[in-house]
Ligand binder design. Sequence first.
Ligand code: PLP
Length: 385
Amino acid sequence: MPTVYLDHAATTPVDPEVVSAMMPYFTGAYGNPASLHAPGQEARRAVEAARDTIAAFINADPDEIVFTGGGTESDNLAIKGVAMAGRKHGDHIVTSCIEHHAVLETCRFLESQGFRVTYLPVDKAGMVDPDEVKRAISAGTILISIMHANNEIGTIQPIDEIGRIAREKGIYFHTDAVQTFGHLPTDVGAVGVDLLSASAHKLYGPKGVGILFVKKGTAVTPQLHGGMHEQGLRASTHNVPAIVGMARAIELAERDLSAEEGRLAALRDQLELDLLAAIDGVRVNGHAAERLPGNLNMSIEGAEGETLVLNLDMVGIACSTGSACTSMDLEPSHVLTAIGLSPTTALSTVRFSLGKPTRPEELSYVLDVMPGIVKNLRALRRNVR
Ligand code: PLP
């Protein structure tokens, strides 16, 4: 049975062209970029070429790119790093209550260390109101961290406006762009962002590598202590194959970006329309227009989300109840409750996330099997009562 993979927000398959680009750096050009000899310098050139490619993609300077071990590490470095460096100026951070756990748990840790954090609410579509950001700012505010797009419901935040507010007030602005990097155009200068997190495995690159963009002059305390790699901001020997792979993934993303954005949105919109017509009691979560093109998050009355995901898996369809990190626990998602869903509705939710390999016939297959599965689950539920 072929798998219809509709969980690209959790992770993506590595593009074969990315694998080809990485291969020489495992067994051929395996030097340590910090070494002075020729193999080391060959690896160093590859890392610096990758840095140039990634910087150009977001209109940054190459020395504003810090390679990390992924999105979680980038978020930790940005938030803890700015908080620790800025402690003498203030102790207050503004974020939203629908951030990824990599941001929320970092903020909770900082609260345990004496920082104050404001978790802004969102509206029914999952949107942060820039006026609320403005109102939350006080004399002690040192950082605003608002994600570019939400991983569960796909809502794209008004980061340009929030960036403007941060700039006016002279406060650092971080955005977690893990879900948008390589999928939506990103220009760090235009947005007015000081720190931006991204991860390669969400854009057909390898797992375990990411970047943090750190605007020149931003005060950040390193969180890993050791060598002076990455301008002293992130010690540890570079993961050369992964870094090369991330840069190749960015080149491919840049080439395909605008065509893919339109193609995915059209496929997603059709799937949404078809499922709404075929199944009653369905509500679509997220913003109608400002939404990641491949994201479709739906609450289905009378169908428990995890059971539905497992039943879809049995017929070869891979999707999710929400974010991969929380899909093993039965707590309702913090994102879905924040947009006003009851715990029962939040627990009756599935997320489809389409990607480059997604084809229309795969979505037709979903449409063929899903109404029957939902009908059976509802009937089972009625019999149990
Ligand atoms: N931030 C967001 C919005 C995400 O979706 C994810 C992963 O799902 C992360 C951060 C964590 O990224 P990584 O898996 O590279 O640590």
